[in-house]
Design a protein around this ligand. Structure first.
Ligand code: GLN
Length: 535
């Protein structure tokens, strides 16, 4: 039977519950435990797929093709927990299922209510993952902040699970803010109120993670412990780390987090082997060669839009001891700048990430052409490879109006198109090629060298593909098509010949890159950027 840890947040949002939960998972794995991670998002959307990046940051895609909250990305970067659609629970899904059952008459004429029907469905979903064979600990993170209207049914379901499974099998970890006010005084009152709000719902937190600027001193911890009714050694300082988020597992461990949780849950384990995390943080701190990578994309003004790509670059930078400055360039602003070439010249490498819709395409195409002609390392991800193909067809093949039918639906030369059978069924939500697919790599190419494998599996999230009609002409003109779907029909990757490193992929390698095992393409790209840097 699995034990359960429930992570909740108090005082305000964006305190880093996701990273905290992921770090707990990492630490429990260091003790040899098998962990399952679940994210609850109390919004009414069924999944994150239809949400604008401005609203919710990156849409993270699992191997089974679920479009989820970006916290699932944190889980996969920190833990081995196998994630699927079931690990991401939203209010939309819960209500959809309860209403479906009601329509099917499955409640036998009863009045269908939030308690017990919604709360039962929440519990059913949590138990169905937690009770899977082999899982030792299930960590359930509830999005939002205690006191939000939306999270009430979830907290009630959690209260019931704690009651049903008992105190030895459940642990409530509450993350709060301990702010510093003008004059530098550190305030514990918001935390006291936040724990009070939890208790009103019927949950007494067992562990407190106090987000703060500087490490909390003993006096403050004692004060918080006394007024929140939490053991002194269970009040932990989750202070800002000034290096990398990957230092957090080691920081929690030093304060005894995993020991406290294992004692609470009555789990006997081996000693935590945290050396890989400590090494990672140490390597991060070493000074490395400085390079600047420009990410030319859309929605770059928002911090979390390309979360997994940002992290993929960090993973490779740590591994190769390179100090990467990642500059985000809004592509439609680049289009309008007279000195755009100067801006690109200051970069050591260019990355064009994924995106949807026409805005900004010209700027991305300019960046791809600049990288190709100036032999600057280029990494195209999803839309980034489509841009690479369009640019190549226009400027090397000489097809001036080459385009994607996404941007020019009635164009004569759509070198990127919808799969034939998809043409008539385009509808938003659920029409994309989503999730993990195999690609067969061509020997002797850069991508083959990066992965060191003939067959790889990476995740997809797109509707359009390289048009087969133009493939031969592209190859004849010198574009290397370096990866294909198993049936050979779909182009998975392309490369520039006689270029230090210009690789584009139709999939999203950022979703599988982890700090302990950086994605091979991020690794090779950062290496190429460092090697290519002019001194
Ligand atoms: N808009 C493109 C497509 O749908 C690329 C999508 C992406 O970059 N994720 O194919």
């Amino acid at each position: 039977m699995s034990k359960y840890i429930f992570t909740t947040g108090g005082v305000c949002s964006s305190l880093g519950k996701g990273i905290a939960s992921a770090s707990m998972g990492a630490l429990l794995e260091c003790r040899g435990l098998k962990v399952c991670m679940i994210k609850i998002d109390p919004y009414l959307n069924v999944d994150a797929g239809t949400m604008s990046p401005y609203q919710h940051g990156e849409v993270y895609v699992t191997d089974d093709g679920a479009e989820t909250d970006l916290d699932l990305g944190n889980y996969e970067r920190f833990t081995q927990s196998p994630l699927s659609a079931a690990n991401s629970i939203t209010t939309g899904q819960i209500y959809q299922e309860v209403i479906r059952r009601e329509r099917a008459g499955q409640y036998l004429g009863k009045c269908v209510q939030v308690v017990p029907h919604i709360t039962d469905e929440i519990k059913r979903r949590i138990y169905s993952l937690g009770e899977k064979p082999g899982i030792d600990v299930t960590i359930v993170e509830t999005g939002g902040t205690v006191g939000d209207i939306e999270s009430i049914p979830y907290l009630e379901a959690i209260r019931q699970i704690i009651h049903e499974r008992g105190k030895k099998n459940t642990c409530s970890v509450h993350l709060t803010l301990v702010p510093e006010v003008a004059g530098g005084e550190v305030k514990t009152k918001p935390t006291q109120h936040s724990v009070k709000a939890m208790r009103e719902i019927g949950i007494q937190p067992d562990v407190l993670l106090c987000r703060c600027k500087e490490e909390l001193d003993e006096g403050l911890k004692k004060k918080i412990a006394l007024f929140t009714n939490i053991d002194f050694d269970s009040v932990l300082s989750a202070h800002d780390v000034n290096t990398t988020i990957y230092e957090i597992p080691a920081s929690y461990h030093l304060q005894g987090f995993d020991r406290v949780v294992c004692e609470k849950l009555d789990l006997k384990t081996k000693k935590a082997e945290i050396a890989p995390w400590v090494k990672l943080a140490d390597r991060y701190k070493k000074d490395g060669r400085k390079v600047t990578i420009g990410m030319v994309g859309k929605y770059t003004l928002l911090g979390d839009t390309y979360k997994s790509i940002d992290e993929g670059i960090v993973h490779a930078a740590i591994k190769n001891n390179v100090d990467v400055e990642l500059v985000k360039i809004e592509s439609d602003e680049l289009e309008d700048r007279e000195d755009w070439q100067e801006q690109l010249k200051s970069l050591d490498g260019i990355l064009v990430p994924g995106g949807f819709g026409e805005r900004g395409i010209i700027g991305m195409t300019m960046a791809a052409r600049f990288a190709r002609e100036n032999k600057l390392p280029y990494f195209g991800i999803c839309l980034g490879v489509q841009i690479m193909v369009i640019e190549f067809c226009r400027n090397v093949l000489g097809i001036a109006d080459a385009d994607s039918s996404e941007f020019r639906p009635d164009g004569k030369n759509s070198v990127i198109t919808l799969l034939e059978e998809q043409v008539d069924v385009i509808e938003y939500g659920g029409t994309m090629r989503l999730g993990g697919y195999d690609s067969h790599l061509v020997k002797g190419t850069k991508i083959h060298e990066a992965y060191g494998n003939d067959v790889i599996r990476e995740r997809h999230r797109h509707r359009y593909e390289v048009a087969n009609k133009y493939k031969d002409a592209m190859v004849d003109a010198g574009l290397v098509l370096s990866g294909f779907s198993p049936d050979g029909q779909l182009v998975e990757s392309a490369e520039w010949k006689d270029h230090p490193w210009g690789v584009g992929v139709q999939f999203h390698p950022e979703f599988t890159s982890t700090p302990l095992k950086p994605g091979p393409l991020f690794d090779e790209f950062v290496k190429a950027v460092a090697n290519n840097k002019k001194d």
